[in-house]
Design a binder for this molecule. Structure first.
Ligand code: G3P
Ligand code: MG
Length: 249
């Protein structure tokens, strides 16, 4: 048992890409809706434009979620600002692809905690982390929960160097055998993994090491209950209102 390590706490129910089951993912509308639905914490994905401005977006390319095309990192911020990220959802036409700065403004206004997933284009890891950290230094209030996570290991390393006091989560699908080494290497306080691939005994081992365990993407109430009963601290869901109503955390 590692008695020194403490989990980096988020919340029991975390809105995954905002209330993305109802509104276009990773938009201001989805994040505002998550707040309206009672969420106290959200997860977003962040990468950078050609001129190093952080934007909130899941994919490398713009095609699935916006009316643009090609790589996000090949476009300058002023071009990205003109895109429609409504994903064809009628009620959300004209919804912008948000800059991280605009998302911070909204989250701070509503006092929402944040899991910021660093999703760099390959080769842009250092620049992505640097742009994100610069904005955190000027804009993010210390009283609101903030946890970095990334599938991209070097991003965790750069985050550790750049802003060591912001806690880090190792983000994985299934739990790799070398998780103890990775946790030490990047000084992580949490592991975030795919809920359907995590066993109760794995959760117990992670929790015994003082790690916080959070699972994505859990839209099913029964699965959420089972994970929480096994020691998972919280779940990322596209339907925060569904889980908040059922679990009443
Ligand atoms: O951070 C949890 C989850 O968002 C990781 O997967 O692909 O939805 O970003 P993805
Ligand atoms: Mg994500």
């Amino acid at each position: 048992m590692n008695t020194k390590r403490q989990p980096a706490l988020l919340d029991t129910v975390i809105a995954h890409r905002g209330a993305s089951g109802h509104a276009p993912e990773n938009t201001l509308a989805a994040l505002a809706l998550a707040f309206d639905h009672g969420a106290k914490c959200v997860e977003i994905d962040v990468s950078i434009s050609a001129d190093n401005v952080p934007f909130v977006h899941h994919d490398d390319t713009l095609d699935r979620c916006t009316d643009g095309s090609g790589l996000l990192c090949d476009h300058r911020a002023a071009e990205l600002d003109k895109l429609d990220a409504s994903k064809g959802m009628q009620n959300y036409q004209g919804e912008p692809l948000p800059r991280l700065s605009a998302v911070f403004d909204l989250l701070i206004k509503h006092e929402l905690g944040l899991n910021l997933e660093i999703k760099p284009r390959q080769g842009l890891e250092a620049a992505t982390v640097d742009a994100i950290c610069a904005l955190i230094e000027t804009s993010w209030p210390s009283h609101l929960p903030l946890v970095f996570s990334s599938f991209n290991r070097s991003s965790l390393g750069f985050a550790l160097e750049r802003l060591p006091d912001i806690p880090r989560a190792l983000l994985v699908e299934g739990l790799p055998d070398n998780w103890p080494e990775l946790i030490e290497l990047y000084a992580c306080r949490n592991i975030h993994c795919e809920g359907s691939r995590l066993s109760a005994s794995q959760t117990a081992s992670l929790r015994a090491e003082g790690l916080g365990v959070y699972c994505y993407t859990v839209n099913d109430v029964v699965m959420a209950q089972q994970l929480l009963e096994s020691g998972v601290l919280g779940v990322f869901t596209d339907f925060p209102e569904r889980l908040l109503t059922a679990l009443n955390p």
